[in-house]
Design a protein around this ligand. Sequence first.
Ligand SMILES: Cc1cc2nc3c(=O)[nH]c(=O)nc-3n(C[C@H](O)[C@H](O)[C@H](O)COP(=O)(O)OP(=O)(O)OC[C@H]3O[C@@H](n4cnc5c(N)ncnc54)[C@H](O)[C@@H]3O)c2cc1C
Ligand SMILES: NC(=O)c1ccc[n+]([C@@H]2O[C@H](COP(=O)([O-])OP(=O)(O)OC[C@H]3O[C@@H](n4cnc5c(N)ncnc54)[C@H](OP(=O)(O)O)[C@@H]3O)[C@@H](O)[C@H]2O)c1
Length: 437
Amino acid sequence: MAYDKIQFYGKIIKFIIPYLITRLYQRFQAFNHRRTYKESPSAKNVVVLGASFAGVQLAKRLSETLPTGYRVVMIEKNSHFNYAFNFPRYSVMSEHERQAFIPYDGIARDAPQGIFRHVRDTATLITEDQVRLASGDRVDYAYLIIATGSWQPLPAKVTATDSGKACAELRTVQENMKSASKVAVVGGGAVGIELATDIKSFYPEKHVTLVHSRRQLLNNFGLRLHEYVLNVFRGMAIETILGERPQILPGAAEDRSGDAGEQKSLRFADGHVEEFDLIISCTGQRPNSACVADLAPDSISKETNRILVKPTLQIADPDDAFPHIFALGDVAETGGPRMARAGQFQAEIVLANIIALMNERNPSTVYKPRLDFEGAIKLTLGKTGWVVYSQNDDGSDMLVSGNDGKEDLDVGMAWKTLNVEFKDFSNVAGEWLEVRS
Ligand SMILES: Cc1cc2nc3c(=O)[nH]c(=O)nc-3n(C[C@H](O)[C@H](O)[C@H](O)COP(=O)(O)OP(=O)(O)OC[C@H]3O[C@@H](n4cnc5c(N)ncnc54)[C@H](O)[C@@H]3O)c2cc1C
Ligand SMILES: NC(=O)c1ccc[n+]([C@@H]2O[C@H](COP(=O)([O-])OP(=O)(O)OC[C@H]3O[C@@H](n4cnc5c(N)ncnc54)[C@H](OP(=O)(O)O)[C@@H]3O)[C@@H](O)[C@H]2O)c1
């Protein structure tokens, strides 16, 4: 563990110093850019579709970089930035859920006048030079970046696009949780593990079972992380069932009159059925790639449904017909991990290549995933517990843990990153109040 700590802090220093230098340089460039950029009514659109971790980072960087004659149009269906990192926590802990919905107003706070436009709408179709929206509007583009990510059921993602309704979804899970004494969490990926440990630490009296399809929890990571988490589960008395992909069944007949269709039991491979008061699936991530299905069907992977991209992050099309369309983040088959950090690294690649194309140069900046940084994971393990794990390119790994996490998971930092003042809604009593910046 001592060697891991040295490695951990070594990695932070190795990362933070070049990062701070780069950020300083970018700020200097942005300052110059503010003085030189001229607003133009005929500016061509660089459209960023999807404004979450990958899209917002790219929209910010574009708005401090694009030359006169271009502007950023950020299209997003959600009313607020959905800070999904906190959704499992806010599915258990009540009165904080509003903090996970951050206003978009600060993104281009320091950008020059006229360079940034935010459109709240849903893209329904993409053509070679236009994005068609659910409202009937159309947005022309010279360059398009698809950052539409993925969808997953609660508690990983919410369905509503309005933050008030989205909060109500999280509150429904909280309420169901309160009244359940026997809870099953299906799926031993990061979401399932964070949720199971949250339930047990906020409600120690509840019986929590986690069921995972493989013999190894978090099977995308190393065995050491599995063993660490399993040990934490033992300490918290979370029952763990491995190597099972149970069928989720509706409740027993006598239950069904009250809450039709509610899923309340699991049928395991040997046929035995176990009843629960609440079953929560933490599975089923689906890429939001359908928007390119008409224009470039061959650019969608048949195996993963993600958008195939070249190392330059331009979409991979057999005829190379769309050099002006890029994809990044969770929706794209980049070879990188599906983590917010990876999308943010990818934003720089897209930015460099778009600028190259604007200057009639070949896009030559390629994405090479840095697994030790982009693939590192910080998992919460209950109210204050956490573990950081990462694998190095040589196959070695690093694991550091602690017990000093914050209950709100430092959500204020996310607000700060989005340039808005943090509002602590946890003490606001009563019904939903609209979140405004
Ligand atoms: C519970 C949870 C915790 C996590 N914790 C971490 C963590 O600690 N660290 C980490 O690095 N990663 C974490 N991740 C993973 C991380 O959240 C994802 O990798 C990241 O969200 C991917 O970002 P993205 O921008 O590519 O896509 P998404 O976050 O999926 O966002 C896509 C955006 O596009 C919008 N959109 C989609 N389709 C349309 C359309 N047709 N029209 C308009 N808008 C559209 C969506 O509304 C959404 O805002 C976590 C994930 C979950 C679920
Ligand atoms: N702190 C963090 O950084 C953090 C936190 C949360 C999420 N995330 C990221 O967000 C993404 C989504 O995470 P996730 O945990 O929701 O998904 P995930 O990583 O896909 O994990 C879900 C797991 O559940 C298993 N599973 C699927 N169906 C099952 C069933 N019926 N019964 C039992 N097990 C089943 C899957 O295994 P099979 O392959 O066998 O189907 C999979 O390993 C991931 O990229 C994750 O790394 C990161």
